[in-house]
Write a protein that binds this ligand. Structure first.
Ligand code: NAD
Length: 359
């Protein structure tokens, strides 16, 4: 039987609670689909600082590198907020992404039918099927480019540089094209090529690569128009491919269309394909330890892991189907509406696992 080794970084706050429920779903789907999962837990963030003095111990990096994939809860909390920058939990998060060479961030934005009312958009705007994947470049561009301060004619100034090389654009574009092939075969490359030279190189490079993907319908959009189209007619998008800074903003905008932070999964991929999977929300210290967090974002992160790193698309679909089903019956407090059964974090995990087992 195929056995997958998963590094598990539960982290802080609600991290351990939500990851435990995601592991229940993974165990259930493994049993159903005939593969095995071995977990290797490691410390990241505040819990790592408490135990070892640093937010990202070497042992954690080694365990993640040795695993087929990594599942992460969330890190951070008030307890560690006053520590110096290099000792903050978030430093562990950036550190593990860079140690694993993760250059692509994937953020799906979709609406589960029973949660339609949670979207801030009007029903007639989201009446079509809505399933967008934002592919954001994660390790280049203006967040990593040359920056500085200077004085010009006695006036203080500052600058940041947006720079992309052809290989950097090619590797992220390949992820976008490959994803489009597995989904609706539509790729929209978002840039600001009417103004920025780096965007013009981005567009030229993506255009050249399109020849390798004749089945993918490639389009281009300026980032300002894309920001508008996402709230005007979001159903037009399948995969959105974009740079680090544009993706940072657009992925937050796109994900909010679905309405609830407790439902949003993400993946970060690198050259090896093993990837890091995590909910987009934080450690929610305000509800930690109360068994009331919504574990569905983490459960859906496992579904992404199965599809994009473990090559188990059927198992992935089973989890997504179980999540869609559970939403018609039960809700954690953050997405509760009258008429539904109000459940705890662990009850929600149990229900999803049960639906998978009974599928
Ligand atoms: P947050 O996402 O933790 O919480 C924002 C709000 O959403 C809170 O009211 C919280 O209760 C709620 N919420 C979040 N996830 C939920 C869930 N699964 N179910 C129900 N409700 C949920 O953001 P914040 O309050 O700005 O940050 C809290 C801590 O998390 C900080 O220390 C921050 O640095 C850290 N953080 C970590 C990550 C990460 O690990 N990737 C991301 C963002 C913030």
């Amino acid at each position: 039987m195929k056995t997958y080794k998963i590094a598990v970084l539960k982290g802080d706050g609600i991290g351990p609670e939500i990851v435990n429920e995601a592991m229940k779903a993974l165990d259930a789907v493994a049993e159903k689909c005939g593969f095995a999962v071995e977990y290797d837990e490691a410390l990241l963030g505040g819990c790592a600082i408490d135990a070892t003095g640093v937010p990202l111990p070497d042992e954690t990096v080694a365990k993640c590198k040795a695993a087929d994939s990594t599942l992460l809860g969330a890190v951070g909390g008030a307890k560690w907020d006053t520590l110096p920058g290099h000792l903050r939990p978030e430093k562990g998060l950036l550190g593990i992404r860079s140690a694993l060479g993760l250059f692509a961030n994937l953020r799906p934005a979709r609406i589960f039918e029973p949660l339609r009312e949670a979207s801030p958009l009007r029903a007639d705007i989201i009446n079509g099927s809505l399933d967008i994947m934002v592919v954001r470049e994660l390790t280049g561009g203006i967040y990593f480019g040359e920056r500085g301060r200077l004085e010009e004619n006695g006036v203080q100034a500052a600058y940041d540089t947006e720079k992309y090389s052809v290989p950097e654009i090619e590797r992220i574009a390949r992820i976008g094209f490959d994803l489009a092939m597995k989904r609706g075969k539509k790729l929209c490359s978002v840039d600001k090529a009417n103004v920025l030279e780096s965007s013009r190189l981005w567009r030229e490079t993506v255009t050249k690569m399109a020849a390798e993907y004749p089945e993918v319908e490639l389009s281009y959009m300026y980032v300002d128009n894309c920001a508008m189209q996402l709230v005007r007619n979001p159903s037009q998008f399948d995969v959105i491919l974009t740079s680090n800074i544009f993706g940072d903003i657009l992925s937050d905008e796109a994900s909010m269309i679905s309405g609830s932070i407790g439902m949003l999964a993400s993946a970060s991929l690198g050259e090896t394909g093993s990837g890091l999977y995590e909910p987009i929300h934080g450690s929610a210290p305000d509800i930690a330890g109360q068994n009331m967090a919504n574990p569905l974002a983490t459960i859906l992160s496992v579904a992404m892991m199965l599809k994009y790193s473990l090559g188990q698309p059927q198992a992935s679909d089973m989890i997504e189907t179980a999540v869609a089903q559970v939403l018609t019956q039960a809700r954690t407090p953050d997405i509760y509406v009258e008429g539904m059964r109000k459940v705890t974090c662990s009850e929600m995990g149990d229900l999803v696992a049960e639906l998978i087992r009974n599928a």
